[in-house]
Design a protein around this ligand. Sequence first.
Ligand SMILES: [Zn+2]
Length: 374
Amino acid sequence: MIITSAFDSGNIIVKSAHNTNDIHLDIRRDHNSEFFQWFHFRVSGVIGDLCNITIDNAGKAAYVEGFENYEVCASYNRESWFRIPTKYNGETLSWSVIPNQDSVYFAYFAPYSMERHADLIADVSASPLVRTHVLGHTLDGQDIDMIEIGGTSKDKKPVWLIARQHPGETMAQWWMEGALDWLLDSDNPNAKALISKAQIYVVPNMNPDGSKRGHLRTNAAGANLNREWANPTLENSPEVYHVLAKMRETGMVFNLDVHGDEALPYNFIAGFEGIPNPTQKMLTNLETFKAKLCDQSPDFQRKYGYPIEAKGKGNMTVATNAIAEEFQCLAMTLEMPFKDNADMPDQTYGWSPERCRHLGAACMHVLGQMIDNL
Ligand SMILES: [Zn+2]
C-alpha cells in the first residue's frame, strides 16, 4: 500500500499505514498558518482490501462543525466524486472502504487542479468575446489570470466575478465553469443581452498558490486573502493587490465573490449590510438578487446564512464589504456547502461540481435580469 499527496492540490501526512485496516493520517497545516481542513490524497495497491482510514487531527481543524454530518469525497477516475459514509467523533474523522480498483483518491471536496484551471483559461480564450489577461504574479510565481468578456464596445457596465480566495473552496471554481459556460453560449439569448450591456471581468481563481499547495484558506505567505482588502501588499497578498488595482481601473457596478462554507448545508448569500454607507438602492438590489435567485434555482434559499451585521460594524478587510463601500455597488459573497443542500439532498454525490455549475448559470441568469438596475 502506498499513500501519497505529492501532486497538485494534494494534502496529507501519513502517520502509520502498515496495515490497510488501520491507516492513520493527519491533515497538514496551510504554510505559515494555523488553518487546516483541506485534504486530498491517493491510496494505491489496495484492490479488494478493507481500508479503515482515520484522520487523527480532524478535531483540531479550522471549522470542526464542517465534519459533523459530513461524508468524504472519493473517486477512482478523478472525474466522478462520490460520497462515502464517514464518522466524526469530535476528535477523529474515519471511514472504511473496500476499493474495487488498485488506486482510489479521497478529498474534502471534488478537487479543482491548477492544470484544470489552465484548461479553463485556454478553453474560454477560443471565444471571440473573450480576452484573457495576466494581472500579475503570485509569490510562487504563478500567473493571476483574468478573463474579460464583452468585446471592445465602450460605455458598458463593469461587472466582476471572483472565486476561490480560499483555495480549499473548490466548489467556487466549479461554479465558475457553469457561469462561464452560460455567458459564452452563443445560442443563449439572455447571455447575449447581458453581454451587450455589461463588460464582465472574471478571476476564476484568486489563489493559485494555495490551490496548488493544497491549502484550505491561505496563500503562499499564509495570508487569508479575504482579510486583505483594506490594505493588500505585494509582499503578503499580491493576488488582492493586483485584482483591486484592476477593479479601480475598470470601475464596478456588481461584484460576486464565490466561496464555500464548511458547516452550513445550504447555499446562501452574505451581503454588505455592515458597511458604513450602504445606499437604499444597494440594499434593495441585494434583496432583489436573492429573491430572484430563489425563483431561478431551488438549490438556493434565504432562510439559513450568516447573521446580518449592523451598519458600520462590518469587517472592512473582507472583499464584499471593502468593494461595496468603495464602489457603492451591489457586492455579495455566495457560499456553497461542502456537505450537501439539506433542502434537496443527493445521497450519492452530495453537493457536487455539476450542481455548482447549475448554480453558476442561475446566478448569471439573475444578473441578466438585473443589469438595467445596477
Ligand atoms: Zn471562503
